[in-house]
Design a binder for this molecule. Structure first.
Ligand code: DC
Length: 224
């Protein structure tokens, strides 16, 4: 099937900017599919950590990414026969994901899997390079951001709610390091696409951000 006419809304932004929640709700409101591309990097990271793969062994990591036995079932993420929805959210997994995401062959190995999510009636794709690399012709590109303090607060609450322990100072340090790594890497760095709408959600609720994205999408459809 030719899927190039299937509309894609690309939502990119730094870690803990709220893009997961916003992208998910936008997809729900429109009845679109949802791609959490960060989960693919996290799944690769979790698998690599468990197998004790050297994080500098790009070839082995790319091979692992290319053959990921992953499934998305509603809000659950599965790796082979295991529900890893909570496990991939651990900070160690996120940090490892950010490191291996800088490796060109790992990124390349995950491209086909991501493109496969583009099916009718539409897709909301969440990540770092959705609008710049994976779906450059997305009908709408949003770059969600928020101050590092607001993001650390949100991440703190998320972790505590999920029963993980968390420390604000460590979270701020981790977020700054991860931002630096994600935006300075040579390949597909975190940056808004030239035609993206930048949305600062520091003082917004998730619902306000969702409405804002939906308004932009309504305008896109009106002018199509
Ligand atoms: O969105 P997240 O925190 O779940 O993503 C985990 C890591 O994966 C993030 O630090 C950078 C990387 N990532 C990426 O490089 N490209 C994407 N499209 C999504 C995530």
């Amino acid at each position: 099937m030719n899927t190039t006419s299937v509309p894609v809304i690309a939502i990119d932004g730094p870690t803990a900017s709220g893009k997961g929640t916003v992208a998910h709700r936008v997809a729900e409101r429109l009845g679109f599919h949802y791609l959490d591309s960060g989960a693919l990097y996290r799944l690769t990271a979790l698998s690599a950590l468990r197998r004790g793969i050297d994080l500098k062994d790009e070839h082995a990591l790319a091979k692992l990414a290319a053959g990921l036995p992953c499934r998305f079932v509603g809000e659950e993420v599965w790796l082979a026969n295991e529900n890893v929805t909570a496990a991939i959210r651990a900070e160690e997994v996120g940090n490892t994901a950010s490191k291996i995401a800088a490796l060109p062959n790992v990124r390349h190995a995950l491209v086909g899997l991501q493109l496969g999510f583009r099916t009718t009636p539409g897709l909301v794709a969440d990540g770092r390079d959705m609008g710049t690399v994976i779906f450059p012709h997305a009908v709408l590109k949003i770059f969600l951001t928020a101050s590092v303090e607001a993001r650390a607060q949100r991440r703190y609450k998320q972790l505590i709610d999920k029963g993980f322990s968390a420390n604000m100072q460590d979270l701020l340090k981790d977020l700054r390091e991860r931002d630096e790594r994600d935006s300075k890497r040579a390949i597909a760095p975190l940056k808004p696409a030239d035609d993206a709408h930048v949305l600062d959600t520091s003082g917004m609720t998730a619902e306000e951000a969702v409405d804002c994205v939906l308004q932009h999408y309504a305008e896109v459809k009106k002018s199509a």
